[in-house]
Design a protein around this ligand. Structure first.
Ligand SMILES: *Cc1c(COP(=O)(O)O)cnc(C)c1O
Length: 397
């Protein structure tokens, strides 16, 4: 049967304490035990259904985690206070000092900085590769390699990773494939394609309101349990737990994610086609002429569209800036980083979300300094939005 993430979320029955249609919010940091033995078992991770302390598990976080696990088809999930917490915890759980990992060079700027500037503290080495070069990935594997890290759809160039092929390389070498699926929730189901661990910044599409920072790790039960082991679990010991009040609001937003992804996708497709017809250089995997169109089409859950991110190349940072200011003045949306919001957001990647990536590496990645990344909103009248973008471009170019 075809995997359908939205239906998997919809089928969940999660009731509140008094039969409320939304699960109750448990805003307690600690929990009572009727018997002293049960407390000991819970510490040892053996008491099913018992809550000990909210840094470990909280019932409200469990509801959201269960919904995310359903969306990915994983056994389990754990929610974190940020996307970076999800990424760093998953990596630090898998790697010890002296280990090595292979990462796509085109990751989110914060991830790149963590790999490049932070992991050397622990003598963990990172080899950066072009995520579409499977040979390079295979050649980079060493005896101490623990994982391959990639983003389904990369930031900001929107390159599609061949997740099944990467998973095959990981499996052959007995290492893990970790995929950041922040750009394509529901559109791509990395675990279904062979990834072992899926990480998210829920700050973006999943929550979709830009009112919170949050993240998630979806994986098998063993891995999630290892993260929150009281003696040596990275998440239990570093403690980046999500607040349950926020979990509750994100869970409600998750239930409209499929409708939003479809609308983000159809709006982004509309703008991409129109911009391309104008002669603008557009990266959008939904375009039939895009380098990653076929790959993405073969890997995606068809009915959710090609996600809401697109990038255009305006040549120079100065031109990009002038166009963005005009677009903001005309009401296209906001000049802001982040994505997955109901309004359109745009930023110059080289000077913002990828500014952690050195300029020579940006060039190597094929990133132009005039790149504008759009996160297309839920606009009801996308033709009108297009006209505003068009006049902004024409006034400058
Ligand atoms: C935003 C983002 C992150 C970091 O998430 P935070 O919630 O800001 O910590 C990681 N990966 C990708 C692809 C992102 O867009």
């Amino acid at each position: 049967m075809k995997f359908d993430p939205a239906t998997a979320v919809q089928r969940l029955e999660q009731f509140g304490e008094y039969g409320g249609v939304n699960p109750s919010i448990t805003d307690s940091s600690t929990f009572t035990f009727l018997g002293a033995d049960t407390m000991l078992d819970t510490f040892h991770g053996e008491a099913e259904g018992c809550f000990l302390y909210s840094r470990h598990w909280n019932p409200t976080n469990k509801y959201l985690s269960d919904a995310l696990a359903a969306m990915e088809g994983t056994e389990s999930a754990w929610v974190t206070a940020s996307g970076m917490a999800a990424i760093t915890n998953a990596i630090l759980q898998l790697c010890n000092a002296g280990d090595h990992l292979i990462s796509s060079v085109t990751t989110y700027g914060g991830t790149f900085a963590f790999f490049k500037n932070y992991l050397p503290k622990f003598n963990i080495e990172v080899t950066f590769v072009n995520p579409t070069d499977l040979d390079a990935i295979e050649k980079a594997i060493r005896p101490n390699t623990k994982l391959i890290y990639t983003e389904s759809l990369s930031n900001p160039l929107l390159q599609m990773s061949d997740i099944p092929a990467m998973a095959a390389i990981a499996n052959k070498n007995n290492i893990k494939l970790v995929v950041d699926n922040t750009f394509t929730p529901m559109v791509i189901s990395p675990f279904q394609l062979g990834a072992h661990i899926v990480v998210y910044s829920m700050t973006k599409f999943i929550n979709g309101k830009n009112d919170a920072v949050a993240g998630a790790i979806c994986a098998d039960e063993n891995f999630i349990n290892s993260l929150i082991d009281v003696n040596n679990g990275t998440s239990m010991l570093l403690g980046p737990v999500l607040d349950p009040l926020r979990s509750s609001s994100i869970l409600k937003n998750l239930h409209t994610l499929h409708i939003r992804m479809k609308q983000h996708g159809s709006n982004a497709m509309y703008l991409s086609e129109k911009l391309k017809k104008m002669g603008v250089k557009v990266n959008y995997p939904g375009l039939k002429t895009d380098r990653y169109h076929e790959k993405m089409t073969s890997l995606m859950n068809q009915e959710y569209g090609y996600s809401g991110l697109l990038a255009i190349d305006m040549g120079t940072a100065e031109k990009a800036n002038e166009i963005m200011e005009r677009m903001q003045d005309k009401g296209v949306g906001y000049l802001a980083v982040s994505l997955g919001y109901f309004k359109t957001l745009f930023s110059n990647s080289g000077k913002s979300t990828s500014s952690e990536v050195p300029e020579d590496v940006q060039r190597e990645m094929g990133m132009s300094e005039g790149l504008i990344r759009f996160s297309v909103g839920l606009d009801n009248n996308i033709e009108e939005t297009f006209q505003l973008i068009k006049s902004s471009i024409e006034e400058v170019m």
